[in-house]
Every structure is written in structure tokens, then in C-alpha cells.
Design a protein around this ligand. Structure first.
Ligand SMILES: *Cc1c(COP(=O)(O)O)cnc(C)c1O
Length: 362
């Protein structure tokens, strides 16, 4: 605490990102980065963009990038918003669409979900209520058809990896459209098997689909994301952005992100490899006796029946493997494992099998 902090700053409870270790070479399976490099076209485009034009501000409307997204998603450029990673877009969307008064109806999201949502809600003073996942860790969308200030969750959900059928998503969007509430659908993990709501966006003026190039685009270091929605939602996001910072995506990011969208063949290739690895690892872990939730993302959520989550976490760390553990009710025995290369995952599986064989030594 500092005397110089205002009460807002004193009351913040910031998000804690996964560790990015500098001291030691770990097999890093803790932040859901893509194990494969971005398309060579991305590197080439960024190298080309390193020139005297860096003297100039970037295009605040990200026109070329937005046109590339529009073509890729088969929507109009006016239905596209771009940002400095999707976290920024989510923060803007909370500010733009959810009411911040203590008398407002609370927004709804699952008890187990992306841990940035309560952080944004508190930052903007938005009341919220969490709805428990069911016993199988699924989101039951029927429980969200109640009076609220709006809904936000990821599909597939994080950190469970479980995807909902598109019909559940669209029925909920329809209900929320009738009550004039915004539904922020965080599609950070499309590209690994789940269906996206983007082809249906024209039918739901209240539905904002938020995407990132960090995971399936293998560009977590670049900071680029986008959202697809009705023109009125996109306009709302622009009003908020232009009340903060009009230049959220820099020239190099614009060049690289636009190039990424031009190479879907490459990305299909690397992301199907991630999916194949996920299926193989899931199967191997189940044979060892672990519970592994069915994932449609680039990570899995697993637990052992007899060794607790923090013990496995420490044993893996000891062996040079970094995974994510959430010390939180209901999931403290689970670990979230990002998919690495097949070689990384073989090392991981060997480590798991020795932990299972000799839990005492962990
Ligand atoms: C990774 C992730 C994001 C953030 O992505 P960035 O574009 O890197 O900011 C948003 N939502 C969920 C659910 C994520 O897992």
C-alpha cells in the first residue's frame, strides 16, 4: 500500500499471469502458447515493416488488418474491432456494455473460468455473480437465462477446455437479445476443434465474439486480437478505446497479424498437430489413471485420484516442467497442461508415469 494510491488502486486485485521464467530452461506448458513458430510470412512482413515509417503513428482504425479479418471471417469491416491482444478488447467490452452501478443487475459468468473476468468487473465496479459449472465441469446455459446485466464466458471454457455445442450458445444469445443484454463470447481457443459463433453473428446484434492471435496464431508475443459483432457493438468499443488510447495496435503488430491471416494453410497444419498431440496425451494419461476433461483447446485439465494437485505441480517443476495450478476451490487438485511439441509431451508423460509409480518421492 502506498499513500499515493487512490482508493481505486488500493482496492484492485490484479490478475496474476503464468510464470515466464528467466533463470532456468523449463519445458513451458503453463501459459497456453503455441509450441510451433508463427507462419514465415509473419516474420517476413514484420521485417519489411521495420523502416522509416515507424516515425509515423499507425492507422488508428487498423484498416488493412480489419479488412483481412473481415475477408477471413466473411463479415463486413464495420463488424470488426481490433486491439492489443484480446485481453484489452475484453476490458473495453466490460467498460462499454456492462452497467457499473451497485443497483445494476449483476453480470453472470461461471465460477470456474478465465480469471481475468472478476478482475475487469472489479476494476469497472460492475456487480457480478458466478454460476457454478455442473458436476462434470460443463457450463449449463439454461442457468444463465435469468435477469442479469449480461453474460461473459469463453468457449471452449478455460481452464477446463470443455466446449459447448453451438446451439446452446446461440439459444442463450437469443434469450439475452430479448432482454437487451450483451453476451461476450470469448473465443480465444477456436482453431483447436470447437465451432465458432462467427458465422451466426449477423443474427445476434448483442453477441460479441472475441478472438486472439496469441494461441492458434502462435503470436502471443505480438499482442493482437479482434472482435466480431454488430456495427453498434463495434462502435461502442471504439468509443471506449478512443477515450483511452487511439493507437493500441502498432505498425509491426499490424504487419505481422495481417500476414498471419493470409496463411490459413500453415495454421491448419500446426494446429491440427496440436490437436493430435492433445488426443494422444489425453489417452496416455487416462491409461495411467488420471482424470482428463474432454478438451477442444490447446491445453488439457487433469487430476490424479490419489496425489494432490500441488504435489504433482512441484514434482513436475522439480523435473523442469512448468504447468499451471490454480489454488482454488473445486479445482485445486487439477493441473492445466498446455500442449507442447510431441518431444516435450513425451518428457511430460515420462515424468507423470514416474510420479504415479512412486508418489512418495514427489
Ligand atoms: C489467452 C486468453 C485470452 C487473452 O489473449 P490475449 O490476446 O493474449 O490477450 C483471453 N481469454 C482467454 C479465455 C484466454 O485464455
Amino acid at each position: 500500500m502506498s499513500l499515493y494510491w487512490n482508493s481505486r488502486t488500493k482496492n484492485l486485485s490484479p490478475y496474476v499471469p503464468g510464470e515466464q521464467p528467466k533463470d532456468r530452461q523449463f519445458i513451458k506448458l503453463n501459459t497456453n502458447e503455441n509450441p510451433y513458430p508463427p507462419s514465415p510470412r509473419v516474420i517476413e512482413a514484420i521485417q519489411k515493416a521495420v523502416n522509416d515509417s515507424l516515425r509515423l503513428y499507425p492507422d488508428p482504425e487498423c484498416t488493412v488488418f480489419r479488412e483481412a479479418i473481415a475477408a477471413y471471417c466473411r463479415v463486413r469491416p464495420e463488424q470488426v474491432f481490433t486491439g492489443n491482444g484480446s485481453d484489452e478488447i475484453l476490458a473495453f467490452a466490460f467498460a462499454a456494455f456492462f452497467e457499473n452501478s451497485s443497483r445494476a443487475k449483476p453480470i453472470l459468468f461461471p465460477d470456474i473460468t478465465y480469471s481475468f473476468y472478476p478482475v475487469y468487473a472489479r476494476f469497472w465496479d460492475i456487480p457480478y455473480r458466478t454460476i457454478p459449472l455442473n458436476d462434470n465441469f460443463f457450463i449449463n446455459t439454461a442457468e444463465y437465462t435469468i435477469p442479469s446485466g449480461g453474460v461473459v464466458f469463453p468457449n471452449p471454457n478455460a481452464p477446463t477446455g470443455i466446449a459447448l455445442p453451438l446451439n446452446d450458445i446461440l439459444s442463450l444469445a437469443e434469450y439475452l437479445e430479448k432482454t437487451k443484454n450483451v453476451f461476450i463470447l470469448d473465443e480465444a481457443y477456436t482453431g483447436f476443434g470447437a465451432d465458432s459463433a462467427v458465422p451466426h453473428i449477423v443474427d445476434y446484434p448483442n453477441l460479441l465474439s472475441v478472438h486472439t492471435l496469441s494461441k492458434s496464431g502462435s503470436l502471443a508475443g505480438l499482442r493482437a486480437g479482434f472482435a466480431i459483432g454488430s456495427v453498434e457493438l463495434i462502435e461502442g468499443l471504439r468509443r471506449v478505446r478512443d477515450s483511452f488510447n487511439s493507437y493500441t495496435v502498432d505498425r509491426l503488430a499490424l504487419a505481422g497479424a495481417t500476414a498471419a491471416l493470409s496463411d490459413p494453410f500453415y495454421y491448419n497444419e500446426i494446429n491440427s498437430r496440436v490437436v493430435r498431440t492433445r488426443e494422444r496425451v489425453t489417452e496416455a494419461l487416462r491409461i495411467m489413471g488420471f482424470t482428463v476433461l474432454p478438451s477442444a483447446a490447446n491445453f488439457i485439465f487433469m487430476k490424479s485420484l490419489n496425489i494432490n494437485g500441488s504435489d504433482i505441480f512441484s514434482a513436475l517443476r522439480e523435473k523442469g516442467i512448468l504447468v499451471r495450478h490454480f489454488n482454488k476451490e473445486r479445482i485445486s487438485d487439477f493441473l492445466r497442461i498446455s500442449m507442447g511439441t510431441d518431444d516435450d509431451m513425451d518428457v511430460f508423460l515420462d515424468a507423470c508415469s514416474s510420479i504415479v509409480a512412486d508418489p512418495q518421492r514427489t
